[in-house]
Design a protein around this ligand. Structure first.
Ligand code: GLN
Length: 488
């Protein structure tokens, strides 16, 4: 059986039926990961021995009928900012180079209880700061569709691993688009849940009010199955919501009749928008319309303010969150220093990369007295306006449809030379985090260079099932998500 070509749900079913064992599935994925990782660099750590040992234990439980999750025995890979007990969790930073947590993130405990096998830890932008996966201390991840292009970021390793079929599915994190945008660049499906739906305990914080863990997978059904496992109230996360037991997978009906979808005109008037991306995402709206959805033009009046507001809020929170990395509590410490202050200075100067330092400086600046009101407070006011505008839209519409990113994947090296352009490329994703909404990126075609295009569906807070179902309906009618690159 062709293990690496199966979706996570297909693989889980074959394991349940005894056609494949969890060990066979895991070793097939490990073999392909070890082989392709040389060219793609999607993994920072591959844990062959632990994975095979776990798969064996899990198989015993499956055989005994003790594990009934639809994903029991399925191998998955995890973004390297999610804490995995005794497995290195580097955040793609030098400063956490040797950090092996003594505890699991809540999502990892949940995956383990469901019998999912962790095969490794995935590359990313350092501390999830970036849109290209080029700021990793462990080297650039390559886009499996074209190795000269970036996979997107910051969950670039997750999207590249799923696209290259070197992981059945993955967990990423999304602070301003880091699940959806790489999913779009790599032609896979990535879902960012409503804020508070998935516990952030054990997710190394970038910007706590925006961060959310979510699935990157071959299709929306796999995302729903993963959401059923990882979502739920967690007392270790004060922002985690107490919601009724989820059944995302069961609620996939594929029925979108009468669903009202708004298409923001500002997205399509954006000067940075590539014409092929515009065309393919509009065609995706047509497909949903043919399935019975009602599509109308809407307005997102706040769009020009989302990037400045996001980069103020995110860097402010980052500057505070990253103060804990001081050479005392975790990982790396500089070898040479004069005194305590110098130890902090040297450790942080050598331990953090350029992008991270830039953001700590910016965040410290916008929070400093004298500038706080002018920048941070103003950004919070913009946040309130964005939330209110979304509320108004969602009082009339079920979903918003727009491109995930203005272009397809850029060449490696291009974005870091023009950081402003890179920040602007987050324009369609960041407002979703600012308002805490669910959003998904779904493959909807290819540009003339055969690079994948993603379309984004956004819903009201807690309408995660609706978002997943519309993506599922779209994938029932199209086959873009079934295209995979030939990795050289
Ligand atoms: N590109 C955005 C940033 O650099 C989003 C990152 C993310 O979602 N983690 O902040």
């Amino acid at each position: 059986m062709d293990i690496v070509n199966m979706t996570a749900l297909e693989l889980g079913k074959a394991i349940k039926n005894g056609e494949i064992s969890a060990v066979e599935a895991t070793s097939a994925v490990l073999d392909s990961a070890e082989k392709a990782n040389e060219s793609i660099n999607a993994y920072i750590t591959i844990c062959r021995d632990e994975a095979l040992k776990n798969a064996e234990e899990i198989q015993k439980k499956i055989t005994a009928g003790d594990l009934t999750s639809p994903l029991a025995g399925v191998p998955m890979a995890i973004k390297d900012n999610i804490c995995t007990k005794n497995i290195k969790t580097t955040c793609a930073s030098r400063i956490l180079g040797d950090f092996a947590p003594i505890y699991n993130a809540t999502v990892m405990n949940k995956l383990e209880s469901a019998g999912v096998v962790t095969v490794g830890k995935l590359n990313m932008d350092e501390f999830a700061m970036g849109s290209t996966s080029e700021t990793s201390y462990y080297g650039v991840t390559k886009n499996p569709w074209d190795l000269t292009k970036v996979p997107g970021g910051s969950s670039g390793g997750a999207a590249a691993a799923v696209a290259a079929k070197i992981s059945s599915a993955a967990l990423g994190s999304d602070t301003g688009g880091s699940i959806r945008q790489p999913a779009s660049y790599c032609g896979v499906t990535g879902f960012k849940p409503t804020y508070g739906t998935v516990s952030r305990f054990g997710l190394i914080a970038y910007a706590s009010s925006l961060d959310q863990i979510g699935p990157v997978a071959k299709d929306a059904a796999d995302c729903a199955a993963i959401m059923d496992i990882i979502s739920g109230k967690d007392n270790y996360d004060g922002t985690s919501l107490d919601l009724p037991k989820s059944n995302y997978l069961e609620s996939l009906t594929g029925d979108v009749k009468g669903l009202k979808i708004g298409i923001p005109k500002e997205c399509y008037n954006n000067k940075g928008l590539d014409s092929e991306v515009a065309e393919k995402t509009k065609a995706a709206a047509k497909v949903l319309e043919e399935q019975g959805a009602i599509v109308e033009e809407i307005s997102l009046p706040f769009i020009d303010y989302v990037i400045p507001a996001y980069y103020i809020i995110a860097t402010a929170e980052a500057s505070s969150n990253l103060s804990r990395f001081d050479g005392v509590k975790y990982g790396f410490r500089a070898d040479e220093y004069k005194d305590l202050t110098d130890m902090y200075n040297m450790t942080r100067s050598l331990g953090f990369g350029k992008e991270v330092k830039k953001r700590i400086l910016l965040g410290t600046f916008v929070l400093s007295s004298g500038y706080y009101d002018a920048y941070y407070l103003k950004a919070l006011k913009v946040k309130a306006i964005i939330k209110k505008s979304f509320d108004e839209i969602f009082s009339k519409y079920d979903l918003i449809l727009c491109p995930t990113a203005p272009t397809t994947a850029p060449q490696i090296g291009k974005s870091l030379n023009d950081p402003m352009a890179m920040y602007l490329s987050d324009i369609f994703t960041v407002s979703v985090n600012i308002a805490g909404l669910p959003g998904i990126s779904v493959p909807c075609g290819f540009d003339s260079n055969n690079m994948p295009v993603g379309v984004q569906l956004i819903g009201a807070a807690l309408s995660d099932s609706k978002v997943l179902n519309a993506a599922y309906a779209y994938q029932q009618a199209t086959a873009f998500h079934k295209e995979f690159p030939e990795v050289k």
